[in-house]
Design a protein around this ligand. Structure first.
Ligand SMILES: [Zn+2]
Length: 156
């Protein structure tokens, strides 16, 4: 498959976990409601220049800027995606996994009223989503996410 220059991605409603992981890696991924018809999905992707990720093989045949996500297994899905769209480490943790908003790193003092005590004292900085306001920090979850991503990338 050719490497497309895309503005972003639309994932269908079967791909919620993959969507959150790709956002963590900095990809802009919108999420289609399960109520959307195939026609609406294709029209939406077309109008916004989005590449479609879908578990629906028929739909992927009808819409050329798309691929059929073969597996139900998250690691396999990530491997399939990353073999087409290689990630950039600079973009990791620049997007909110919940809402797709952009995040930036801020000093912990700016968000200290919004994190648990233990976090406040252990980390100097945090990430804040510009869209929904959620605060993230480099906890154990962060390390395990990086480990998973790295292990998938090295096997590509
Ligand atoms: Zn957010």
């Amino acid at each position: 498959m050719a490497r497309f220059r895309v503005e972003g991605f639309l994932a269908d409603s079967m791909l919620g976990r993959l969507t959150r992981w790709l956002r963590l890696m900095g990809y802009s991924v919108e999420y289609a409601s399960s109520e959307w018809s195939d026609a609406k999905i294709m029209e939406y992707c077309n109008s916004k220049g989005l590449f479609l990720l879908t578990r629906d093989r028929e739909l992927s045949k009808r819409y050329s800027n798309s691929f059929y996500v073969r597996s139900e297994n998250l690691n396999d899905q990530l491997a399939q995606f990353l073999s087409e769209f290689f990630p950039s480490r600079d973009l990791f943790f620049t997007r909110c996994p919940l809402c797709n908003g952009k995040t930036s790193r801020v000093p912990m003092s700016q968000v200290s009223d919004r994190v648990p005590d233990g976090v406040r004292s252990r980390y100097d900085s945090a990430f804040v989503c510009h869209n929904c306001g959620k605060v993230y920090w480099e906890g154990t979850h962060y390390d395990s996410i990086l480990k998973t991503i790295n292990s998938i990338i090295t096997r590509l």
